[in-house]
Design a protein around this ligand. Structure first.
Ligand code: FES
Length: 64
């Protein structure tokens, strides 16, 4: 599923980066997710949070 439509970044790509220890900033720098309109950032952070199994404040986005 695409999370960042501006750069075509998928949920799997974000999960892979997060599982390797990347921060949200790292994900923005390497995948460019959130670097254009920014409207995907809540979902980027949510996927990152769940992939790292940290304390998450929002649920994963649901597929439409
Ligand atoms: S949808 Fe991710 S920056 Fe626009």
């Amino acid at each position: 599923m695409y999370i960042c439509l501006c750069y075509g970044v998928t949920e799997d790509e974000i999960r892979q980066c997060s599982a390797q220890g990347a921060t949200v900033q790292d994900i923005q720098d390497t995948l460019k997710a959130g670097k254009c309109c920014g409207c995907c950032m809540d979902e980027v952070k949510s996927v990152h949070c769940h992939a790292q199994k940290t304390h998450c404040v929002s649920p994963l986005p649901q597929a439409a």
